[in-house]
Design a protein around this ligand. Structure first.
Ligand SMILES: Cc1cc2nc3c(=O)[nH]c(=O)nc-3n(C[C@H](O)[C@H](O)[C@H](O)COP(=O)(O)O)c2cc1C
Length: 199
């Protein structure tokens, strides 16, 4: 069965990102997929200290509520990283998660204890779900390479963006119900990619 882990980097509970993410997961569940949602704002965790201890054994010396999140991510078929645009890029919460994934980068490139064969990458999809206030071209451009870093380190093919720019003009998601409907449709479509399309 397809399992989807979704991580919300917005600190705002029941905000724009939370609403479209919930709709995305609802659509995914309609295919029979199982889902779990982690809100980084609810998790007690530290930022990467840059100690580079992970370069020796590929293990992060920090042990906190984020530690099991990486286990869950690695056991998922689809990883959704959801973040609104704050100051032209992802939130500090999402960046903190991605920095803490450095131990996996170390496993791939230094200790060489982690590899993702082509067959694995073909069956694991990375999705960035973003919202922004402004509706201007390229508003998500600074988010894409940052989320890609974690997809690469966790073995997901980053092939899907689900984007809702211009929340300001609607006064947020409540004034733009079509965004919620579209997120649900996208959740169903993307979960079906694993179930049906030769993945
Ligand atoms: C601190 C902060 C910074 C923001 N910076 C931007 C920005 O640079 N560009 C933009 O388009 N929207 C910006 N926004 C608006 C949010 O991206 C937008 O309202 C988003 O949908 C909020 O999602 P949330 O309700 O899940 O937090 C910012 C919002 C906050 C709170």
């Amino acid at each position: 069965m397809t399992h989807i882990t979704a991580i919300n980097g917005s600190p705002r509970k029941h905000g724009n990102t939370d609403a479209v993410l919930d709709a995305f997961l609802l659509g995914s569940k309609s295919t029979g997929a199982t889902t779990s949602k982690i809100s980084l704002g609810d998790i007690d965790h530290k930022n990467c200290r840059g100690c580079n201890a992970c370069h020796k054994k590929g293990v992060c010396i920090l042990r906190d509520d984020l530690t099991p999140v990486f286990d869950e991510v690695l056991a998922s078929d689809i990883l959704v990283l959801a973040s609104p645009i704050y100051s032209m890029t992802i939130t500090a919460e999402m960046k903190s998660l991605i920095d803490r994934g450095q131990f996996l980068w170390a496993q791939k490139y230094i200790t060489k204890t982690l590899t993702f064969p082509k067959e694995h990458l073909a069956k694991h999809i990375g999705v960035y779900l973003g919202t922004s206030g402004q509706n201007i071209p390229h508003i998500f451009d600074a988010a894409f390479p940052v989320v890609r870093a974690l997809f690469n380190d966790t073995g997901f093919s980053y092939t899907e963006n689900v984007l809702f720019p211009g929340m300001d003009q609607y006064g947020g998601v409540k004034g733009w119900p079509e965004s919620v409907a579209a997120a649900k449709t996208e959740g169903k479509r993307i979960a079906s990619l694993i179930c049906h399309a030769g993945y």
